[in-house]
Design a protein around this ligand. Structure first.
Ligand code: DQA
Length: 154
């Protein structure tokens, strides 16, 4: 079913490399919630907002490109934490530039308070908005913002 045919808008929530280790990976930076915890809270929030979500994580750049291309078929919006690919991936930027709906770039940590290389994002060029530094709450805020974007466009 295409995005416009879907009764409930489908939002892709995409997560890049090493985010499968959330909870164990540098928890002082990324928090103690696992990605499964975050997915469960996103499913609940999306339900309250009248959205459906397709939640994915991959450690592979091409797999993320494939998911973004998939969102062109049936997705109303994309929320993406590209993780390290934020700072390196023209391929993910180019894929996002082909998507016509709202795109929210998301980071758990405040990338601007960290190493200088994290201050540059290729992805921001395609993003409608960027949320960073608010930990797992950023996922829920992104969904709130996505609902507002979609309602404003309707
Ligand atoms: C991150 C920040 C990136 O710099 C880092 O490579 C990540 C996670 C974040 O959510 O804070 O893996 O995107």
């Amino acid at each position: 079913m295409s995005a416009s045919e879907r009764p409930v808008p489908l939002i892709y929530v995409l997560n890049g490399p090493n985010l499968n280790l959330l909870g164990k990976r540098e928890p002082e930076i990324y928090g103690y919630q696992t990605l499964a915890d975050i997915e469960a809270s996103c499913v609940a929030r999306a339900g309250n907002l009248g959205l459906e979500i397709a939640f994915h994580q991959s450690n592979h750049e091409g797999a993320l490109v494939d998911l973004i291309q998939g969102a062109r078929e049936d997705g109303a919006g994309i929320i993406i934490n590209p993780a390290a690919y934020t700072h390196t991936s023209v391929a993910i930027l180019d894929a996002l530039l082909t998507f016509s709906g709202p795109i929210i770039e998301l980071h758990l940590s405040n990338v601007h308070r960290r190493e200088a290389f994290r201050g540059h994002s290729y992805v921001s060029k395609a993003a409608t908005g960027v949320i960073c530094g608010l930990g797992a709450q950023g996922y829920l805020l992104s969904l709130d913002a996505m609902a507002a974007q979609i309602n404003a466009a309707a």
